[in-house]
Design a protein around this ligand. Structure first.
Ligand code: NAP
Length: 398
């Protein structure tokens, strides 16, 4: 009998063997990748006596066509009630009242961590010489920064009023005809993200954390993020972690916490990837960094992601690419991003064995050069298979 996943007062999830998990199939190639990913997840779970009761909820075009609503209240209610969910890509509605459905889901459920592990799978074509050195986990702040949507358009009465207010109250001269965006970064928002990164590092026995920021220029937002990060280490985690300046770069057996300016960090993750492990950063930096890193290990067709609130227990796991509409219904694209997001979800639920099995089976499938078009076009001697055939090949190797 299917049961709900619940959150305990100590912050841990209780996961039944047959949990109900809501899913959004997704628009465009969602109809191809969701069934493929689901089939692998189901077989892997069954090996360990687990069974997910998948509950379909609607968002995006499918929701709009069936209910007239891009993001129905029932969908949000289901994610609230069942805590953990998974989703395919969604079309951004034009003039639908949403800047982005993905951003809306993150904001409504206050999913403050965007978790993006980036690692290379043996055999995946990569533009760099040593993709095997890339094994990083990005914690991107999901609710603040210039992404908050607090913007006024150039030339509107709102923009004029804002320019006037800034001149009168602060003496700031802003050029006429400017659009203006606001960049809020709070201590609360920064430290809950940084706390999640430290806890993850402790649990996974990771050795190093970087706070990535642009604090040399934006001192009271990005600079404050860095400062609050080091304060947190000193005040709450001095038994397990230590900041670079407090140990001269020699942390003993503790986790070493250091920081890097965003621009140089974007160079160094490319030139010295082995020096990076866990990265925690603000919203916009995290957006750039996660896609740039994904490119090093094979691109967005294989990069998984999750949006999590570790305090309430809510989590929505998702493919990181879009709906790729030109491939819709062709059974062609790579299902790995959504499948590996499911793996991330299994890990989060404590189903580590099933998660590890899928990773091994994906590695072995790609190692045998059985791949979808996106990898086949970059590999010598590959066998190009359809989306569903790739899933079957993974299942054969489970
Ligand atoms: P996209 O859908 O990510 O597609 C861009 C390109 O990435 C595709 O043409 C394809 O490259 C490659 N690609 C994407 N998914 C792939 C997969 N599973 N396997 C192999 N290759 C894959 O980006 P877009 O065309 O800019 O956006 C289309 C729509 O998606 C828009 O409505 C956008 O708002 C939305 N979107 C949604 C999300 C989300 O829901 N999380 C994220 C981004 C965008 P090739 O052409 O080289 O084969």
């Amino acid at each position: 009998m299917a049961e709900k996943i619940t959150m305990q007062s100590d912050g841990t999830l209780t996961v039944p063997d047959e949990p109900t998990i809501p899913f959004i199939e997704g628009d465009g190639i969602g109809i191809d990748i969701w069934p493929a990913a689901k089939s692998v997840l189901d077989v892997a779970a069954a090996k360990y006596g687990k069974k997910v009761e998948w509950k379909e909820v609607l968002a995006g075009e499918k929701a709009f066509n069936e209910t007239g609503d891009w993001l129905p209240e029932d969908t949000i209610m289901a994610f609230r009630e069942y805590l953990i969910g998974i989703k395919g890509p969604l079309t951004t509605p034009i003039g639908g009242g949403f800047r982005s459905l993905n951003v809306a889901i993150r904001q409504i459920l206050d999913l403050y961590v965007c978790l993006r592990p980036v690692r290379w799978f043996q055999g995946v074509p990569s533009p760099v010489k040593r993709p095997d050195l890339v094994d990083m986990v990005i914690f991107r702040e999901n609710t603040e920064d210039i992404y908050s949507g607090l913007e006024v358009e150039a030339g509107t009465p709102e923009a004029l009023k804002m320019i006037e207010l800034l001149r009168d109250a602060f003496g700031w001269e802003i050029r006429e005809g400017s659009g203006i965006g606001i960049k809020p970064v709070s201590k609360f928002g920064s430290q809950r993200l940084q706390r999640a990164a430290i806890e993850y590092a402790v649990e996974r026995k990771r050795k190093r954390i970087h706070w990535v920021h642009k604090g040399n220029i934006m001192k009271f937002t990005e600079g404050a993020f860095q400062k609050w990060g080091y304060e947190l280490v000193r005040e709450e985690y001095s038994d397990v972690a230590v900041g670079w300046n407090d140990c001269g770069g020699d942390p003993g057996d503790k986790i070493l916490v250091q920081d890097a300016i965003a621009d140089i960090a974007l160079q160094q993750v490319l030139t010295r990837p082995a020096e990076f492990d866990i990265i925690a950063t603000l919203n916009l930096n995290g957006d750039f960094l996660s896609d740039a890193l994904a490119a090093q290990v094979g691109g967005i067709g294989i990069a998984p992601g999750a949006n999590i609130n570790y305090v309430t227990g809510h989590g929505v796991f998702e493919a990181t690419h879009g709906t790729a509409p030109k491939y819709t219904g062709q059974d062609k694209v790579n299902p790995s991003s959504l499948l590996l997001s499911g793996v991330l979800m299994f890990e989060h639920l404590g189903w580590r064995d099933a998660a590890d099995d899928i990773v091994r089976a994906v590695e072995s499938t790609i190692g045998d050069k059985i791949v979808t078009y996106d990898f086949a076009r970059q590999m010598e001697g590959a066998t190009e298979v359809k989306c569903s055939e790739f899933a079957s090949a993974v299942i054969d190797r489970l």
